[in-house]
Design a protein around this ligand. Sequence first.
Ligand SMILES: [Ca+2]
Ligand SMILES: [Ca+2]
Length: 420
Amino acid sequence: MLFESPTGRRVDVFECPKPRQFLNFPPTSFDFFLPESPATSMGSYCNSSSVSVAAHTFAAEIPDFLTEEECKLIVHLAKLKGLQKSQILPTEDYEEAMEMIEISQMDIFNLLDHNQDGQLQLKEVLTHTRLGNGRWMTPENIREMYTAVKADPDGNGVLSLEEFKQLNIRDFHKYMGSQKVKMSDLVRNSQHTWLYQGEGAHQVMRAIRQRVMRLTRLPPEIVEHSEPLQVVRYDQGGHYHAHMDSGPVFPETACSHTKLVANESAPFETSCRYVTVLFYLNNVTGGGETVFPIADNRTYEEMSLIQNDIDLRDTRKNCDKGNLRVKPQQGTAVFWYNYLSDGEGWVGELDDFALHGGCLVTQGTKWIANNWINVDPNRRRQQQFQQEMERFAGSEAGPGAGAPGEWTVDKAYSGVHLEL
Ligand SMILES: [Ca+2]
Ligand SMILES: [Ca+2]
């Protein structure tokens, strides 16, 4: 199988021995393909016969996926559209917001005490990044906080239940609210915008969508009804700590893209991004690699991400300790799956090994773009969504209807762009 890049470079791709099963849309089964080249070394390969079914990350690096001109055009279009901060500084009303949450101190303790040993270890507190209200918490930050609110009187670095009970949660909230936070203290320090790729879009945007269809081998209607292209700019000092592109699959969770058509009032909403295709739009002078801290690990344990004060998710400090790093190179695409299979040809559980982040840009500016392919783990909801999208497109596509796709996609994805 050959995948032809826009520069005319033909890279050999071959059928993989299926480390996992992926979406199986009738009538064809969609195996995935990889370029065969030493330059594609990353993560576990499907050409390695030792790859087991679920314990590995699959990711592929494809050089020259975009031409230099295409990269420049995307950056140009993004600038014309205007970029916005990917994350804003925490609001002043932190205390107020926290007081709205009705949860007892005992419940908080139990929630945090992951290993249920009756003590809160530093990493147990750190893992709950939401405590930082958008601020990235480091071990040092936690220690400073303990000192400020006198949380750990015996100074052993862990909070016993007794110590926790003595703690006035309001003091903690007050302390958090009083902290001066810089952009570099946030989970994410970048700017982004969205570029439409549907019918009627710029020919280059259309061409890239078509290319992504060929690369992922997913049904065209799935790719066509996915999110617009996200273009991201990281200036010097920019980063994005390790995260998942997609949310976990719980029965009470709805996917943002299918929520409206499925007419469900689920309490939680998340982006459902089956595949990520990330494009590097420029060469970065210093830093800015994409890191997969635990790619290819044999096992996953949430708490093992933080050891001896080293938080592997921290892309400002610990990128060099990540298992897999991809250096930005203009035109290269990196492609991976965010979910495992459910064993029946559909999306299963979230793949924890797909955890990744953007390393600190030490010099220059980094431009990337993301194409996410949205699939609802609930097959029925995805099918309903597809049908609705087809119906909208059909009813709008009368004579002189202009670009029907834009309206449809915008409607379906309004509100999707929540930050993870
Ligand atoms: Ca514990
Ligand atoms: Ca203690």
